[in-house]
Design a protein around this ligand. Structure first.
Ligand code: 5GP
Ligand code: MN
Length: 333
């Protein structure tokens, strides 16, 4: 656990604080950043939340979501905020390449840095580190931070709503990485009046029609199954991005359909996004996709849920992935 005394000391007078999370922010990234920010504002600090790229529309209901600075949209303002920060929180990421060019700014800043994160293999760039892959989510860690420093009275509805979002999304709606601790936290939220069903509706059941059309396309035209290696693969081409008008958040959850299959123990979704090829990988049991993403695709994450990227073509990336998994497409077709 983090040294709470040291952190409390850093927070003992009002400061300009920047809170950052990773590119392609998910529910845990935005939930942990906003949850921590609401708490710090309550202590009288001035906060600025920064994300490298835009968050999906199904998080727009969060209060202050619209105040988040997006580096892709306003780089200069983000850089200025980091330069003038007196304290920096790095939430839900543990390597500076996850925040693009902002990483250099963070490294160059004299402000103390606090890392709160639950991924494997942290880089040593922070002064105060709360890094533990035993937690379901960074939002769960924020719960422990703020209740550890301020007691349960700090749990306002808005704090609970965003932390619940992070816990819910990072556990796949309480499907994996759950613990007695997670359920106790959520029970406490519920006891304090959190409307959990409302959050599930806002985040999970608010997709546009094209989501199911895209899912159908993935399942029908873009799926390869290799039962002999318990491997399943889906991919999206550049043309798919255009014809289905795929935007941030639209591919969220698609990989989970692969994992529904009994014969799939490792699943991959390869996306030919407009500027880069992005990989999402999932596994069941003891197989580490983190190792695959780290060793072959410049990425990382968790043992059973990881991501990476590729600068080659889609065909070459798929070929590389099939080779790594020891499967042959010509046999499969
Ligand atoms: P997803 O597949 O949902 O995008 O990501 C799964 C997990 O892997 C998340 O915890 C995410 O933070 C991590 N991850 C995704 N892409 C990358 C990447 O390019 N680099 C690293 N280090 N982690 C990633
Ligand atoms: Mn997370």
């Amino acid at each position: 656990m983090i040294d709470l005394d040291k952190l409390s000391q850093l927070l003992n007078r009002p400061k300009r604080i920047v809170l950052l999370s990773h590119r392609n922010p998910d529910g845990d990234a935005i939930g942990s950043v906003l949850g921590m920010s609401y708490y710090l504002q309550g202590l009288g600090h001035q906060t600025k939340c920064i994300l490298p790229s835009e968050y999906p529309v199904f998080f727009e209901w969060m209060r202050q979501a619209h105040d988040i600075l997006i580096y892709d949209l306003s780089a200069a303002e983000c850089e200025k905020a980091v330069e003038s920060a007196e304290l920096i929180f790095c939430m839900d990421f543990n390597s500076l390449d996850r925040i693009d060019r902002l990483g250099i700014k963070v490294l160059g800043s004299a402000a103390p840095k606090v890392m709160v994160d639950h991924h494997l293999d942290p880089e040593p760039f922070a002064d105060i580190v709360f890094s533990d892959p035993g937690y379901s989510s960074t939002s769960e860690m924020v719960y422990h931070l703020i209740t550890g420093m301020g007691g349960s009275d700090v749990l306002s509805t808005e704090v609970m709503e965003v932390l619940y979002t992070g816990i819910m999304t990072d556990t796949g709606s309480f499907h994996h990485n759950t613990s007695e601790r997670v359920f106790n936290i959520c029970a406490e939220f519920k006891r304090r009046g959190l409307d959990d069903s409302r959050i599930q509706e806002l985040v999970l059941n608010s997709q546009p029609d094209k989501y199911l059309q895209l899912l159908g396309h993935c399942l029908y035209n873009r799926m390869e199954l290799y039962p002999e290696k318990s491997f399943g693969l889906m991919y999206l081409t550049k043309e798919d991005y255009r014809s289905y008008d795929i935007k941030r958040g639209d591919t969220e959850g698609i990989i989970n359909y692969l994992m529904m299959l009994r014969n799939v123990k490792v699943g991959a979704l390869v996306m030919n996004q407009p500027s880069i090829i992005k990989l999402s990988m999932r596994s069941k049991g003891d197989i580490s996709v983190q190792k695959i993403c780290r060793e072959h695709f410049g990425g990382g994450g968790h043992k059973n849920a990881s991501g990476g990227f590729s600068k080659s073509s889609l065909d070459e990336t798929l070929k590389k992935l099939r080779e790594i998994m020891g499967v042959d497409k010509t046999v499969n077709t």
